[in-house]
Design a protein around this ligand. Structure first.
Ligand code: AMP
Ligand code: TRP
Length: 316
């Protein structure tokens, strides 16, 4: 049997996942896991660049594990793990840090944005792409499903792999991003990219009241053919054909269109929410799943790290 290709991705445990996270990335994890050897990470080391509260980080980590299971990742088939439980990530990131240059890291969008805003940057945020390269390259990953905002990070992983290979000999496989064009940047309720930092999200596991409140707050203007911000979110749940007749029928009736969207979000998310509520009854089970996944990830990662240590001369 041909070996299956490898998929790896991750999400930072920094708060509740929203529709952008789900449609842009997480849904692809589930689909790809059917045909790939799949690694799905809780990127807790990355989360530390913005979250400095132990209780919150722990709670977010357990919550994200539940989210992963609730969207349909099966721990019997997918290695679900906590990044910090696999020390090879931080070790390899250090080795990569000695290869990448400061000007190269200064070209990263995230760095440039922070710089433009005059923010003081911590060293972890500066080397964020290096740790992410280590995450990806340790597992000989073929494909990295992510949203558009992570494209550059996957390119950094490729560059770093090439630089290492060039310096020390062929070691790392070059990964490819998987970015679905129709959901690469899901807009929030204000039409900008949906993002927790813009306060414009619809949480994936929102209650009925939260869904209603968020949708009713979608910014509309009456200049175009249809309320564009409502439509762009509605598109996630219904085909263009279905929407064409709905938006024709209810032309100009923004409140009714919003009500239809509320119903569609509720219908879609209800089974996920119910599954999550069920799973949340057994927190010990979640911890066990993470422990088992992390042990498996450690095993895989150690093989690559051992090879790297030999290549660079850290073995004896
Ligand atoms: P994060 O919460 O930053 O760890 O993001 C997790 C995943 O969701 C990453 O692959 C992001 O690219 C993706 N993502 C975040 N926001 C959006 C969005 N508005 N549209 C599409 N994908 C997104
Ligand atoms: N940086 C990613 C984000 O913010 C999360 C992440 C960390 C990741 N390591 C990864 C995604 C490796 C894909 C592969 O969304």
């Amino acid at each position: 049997m041909a070996l299956r290709k490898i998929m790896l991705s991750g999400v930072k445990p920094t708060g509740r996942p929203h529709l952008g996270n789900y449609f842009g990335a997480m849904r692809q994890f589930v689909k790809l896991a059917e045909e790939h050897e799949a690694f799905v990470m809780i990127a807790d080391l990355h989360a530390l660049t913005t979250l400095h509260n132990a209780a919150e980080l722990k709670q977010n980590t357990l919550d994200l594990a539940l989210d992963y299971l609730a969207i349909g990742l099966d721990p019997a088939k997918v290695t679900i793990f906590k990044q910090s439980e696999v020390p090879a990530h931080a070790e390899l990131a250090w080795i990569f840090n000695t290869l990448v240059t400061v000007p190269y890291l200064q070209r990263a969008h995230a760095y440039k944005d922070a710089e433009a805003k005059g923010k003081e940057l911590d060293a972890g945020t500066f080397t964020y792409p290096v740790l992410m390269a280590a995450d990806i390259l340790l597992y000989s990953t073929d494909i990295v499903p992510v949203g558009r905002d992570q494209k550059q990070h996957v390119e950094y992983a490729r560059d770093i792999a090439e630089k290492f290979n060039h310096t020390y000999g062929e070691t790392f496989k070059l990964p490819n991003p998987l970015i679905l064009s129709d959901v690469e940047t899901v807009p929030g309720i204000d039409g900008q990219k949906m993002s927790k930092s813009y306060n414009n999200i619809i949480p994936l596991f929102a209650s009925d009241e939260e869904i209603t409140k968020a949708v009713m707050a979608i910014v509309t203007d009456s200049s175009g053919e249809r309320p564009e911000n409502v439509y762009q979110i509605h598109k996630l749940f219904k085909s263009a054909g279905e929407l064409a007749s709905l938006y024709e029928d209810k032309k100009g009736k923004y409140k009714e269109l919003k009500e239809a969207l509320i119903d569609d979000i509720k219908t879609f998310t209800k089974p996920l929410r119910e599954r999550r509520e069920e799973l949340a009854k057994n927190p010990e089970e979640i911890i066990k799943i993470l422990q088992a996944g992390s042990a498996k990830a450690r095993e895989s990662a150690t093989i690559k790290l051992t090879e790297v240590k030999q290549k660079v001369g850290l073995d004896l």
